[in-house]
Write a protein that binds this ligand. Sequence first.
Ligand code: GDP
Ligand code: MG
Length: 314
Amino acid sequence: MSDSDLYELPDDADLPPDHRSGFVAVLGRPNVGKSTLMNAYLGEKVAIVSPLPQTTRQRQLGILTRDDAQLVFVDTPGIHKPRTRLGEFMVETASEALSDADVILFVVDVSELPTAADRAIGEQVNAVPDIPVVLALNKADQLAPKHVQRNVDAFTQLVPRAEWMLTSATRGDNLDKLLAMVAEALPEGPRYYPPDQLTDQQLRDAAAEIVREKVLLNLHEEVPHAVAVQVEEFKERTANLTYVSATVYVEKDSQKGILIGQRGEMLKRIGAAARPDIEEMLGTKVYLELWVKVLKNWRKDDSALRRLGYSRKE
Ligand code: GDP
Ligand code: MG
């Protein structure tokens, strides 16, 4: 992608006069279906669905361009009680996303009654009363008919001002209606991004997430959450070749050994798995270089967290 592609002004001539645009903060405790929902709207590989909780650590922008609206989704980590410095940054990131948002999309699992975490998020949402809220009562496919009234009442009472919709992100039920509600709640405004264009930062983040996903898939038990990936270089070499260099950070020497594997085989396997996904995302061939570094106890270390991009916004 060249600079002129990135910064070319979008053609707004055909947009309706009441076109809407803005930031949509996606909130919800882990495992309610946020990533599945984002994938349904934005396509695979932007938000990563994983059986491991808290895969999403950083804010991730996904831009959805429609005829009537442009929605910039901010996928937040789950709000939970922090146990490490990383946990604290994750909570701060979630709170930031909230106050920046034009609309809050609060996702819950309606097949069960609200948990303490749902209530805590509800309180955060109620603390910003000027931002419109759309409540996705997700996993409706798992909701027993005899519990519909009880559970819907319990969740809608958490945020009385919210508009709500019963959805199933996996089956696709009511996702178009939910999206229309969110778009409707946005302020009027122009397209801020060209249609079908991913931002450079978004591509970098997505590439890092793809590598991290492959590490987690290949080393499920050995290095669970001690892995962070940073894309160091992201350069278009020719129209059809992108050079991507990324560093995988781990906490211990032993983890580094496991990650690299005998004669580098594990790292090769991870690279070989990540490369085609990055190529598909970019639409070019990719030359992928992976490095492994030990950053002792990075999850507990403020300056290491900052280096890895988990820092507070200035
Ligand atoms: P997140 O932690 O909120 O991002 O949740 P995920 O999107 O990763 O989803 C967690 C799990 O719930 C995955 O196994 C999904 O397949 C599943 N899931 C998500 N949405 C639905 C839904 O509407 N119905 C059902 N039955 N399962 C869902
Ligand atoms: Mg997720």
